[in-house]
Design a protein around this ligand. Sequence first.
Ligand code: ADP
Ligand code: C5P
Ligand code: MG
Length: 212
Amino acid sequence: MASTESPRFSTNDVTVVFFLGGPGSGKGTQSANLVQNYGFVHLSAGDLLRAEQIREGSQYGAMIKEFITEGKIVPMEVTVALLSNAMADSLTNTPPPPGTKARFLIDGFPRKLDQAVFFEKTVCPSELVLFLDCPEDVMESRLLKRGETSGRDDDNAASIRKRFRTFVDTSMPVVEAFRAQDKVVTVQATGSVEEVYEIVKAGIEARGVHPR
Ligand code: ADP
Ligand code: C5P
Ligand code: MG
């Protein structure tokens, strides 16, 4: 029997934009600009997983650490619950201005088709997918540089190679599935931070997302 359950959040109250792109393509960097100018609440799935990994009392800490170091996708139930709860917290603690919908920029998610389907069914359907398109050699040099100071378990050559493989095999099919729904804004991400942001702005404004 078909489920009659509806998503936790309605698209009448909430706009969800998924932010995808390979590791090191610049999602976190561009998100900061989008928060400033468009009133997005930025939720990075990777940041939420890293916070859960070190949270005292978490039953998932060791599992998350292993998946992140191996560049593998953490089982979706964990990630979707973290995102859904972060959305609820944000709506409670920092609600959007009266008469406006909350805007969520969900960075690094969905990375696998099952996550996309499950999130849209149980949490909230997405409005748009912003995709940073970047060649691996550029991403690799950005990540190795970031690794000099990031302290991340996965900003090293061996993990980077595994993350690229996961991205090609598992995450690009998500982008393609959304492309088939005409939901994807693709941005070439090889220019400077400022150049990329100009293309990002033009892309989302063409889809009706305007500054706030
Ligand atoms: P992601 O969140 O997609 O993994 P980040 O935003 O963390 O990527 O960017 C990865 C690294 O590359 C960071 O050290 C960041 O400062 C740097 N970076 C981001 N965008 C650019 C860019 N357009 N040009 C050069 N370096 C960049
Ligand atoms: O997006 P970020 O590079 O911070 O993600 C780091 C890691 O977190 C990924 O390589 C993956 O192991 C894990 N992750 C995940 N599922 C997501 C997002 C991140 O398993 N949706
Ligand atoms: Mg990031």
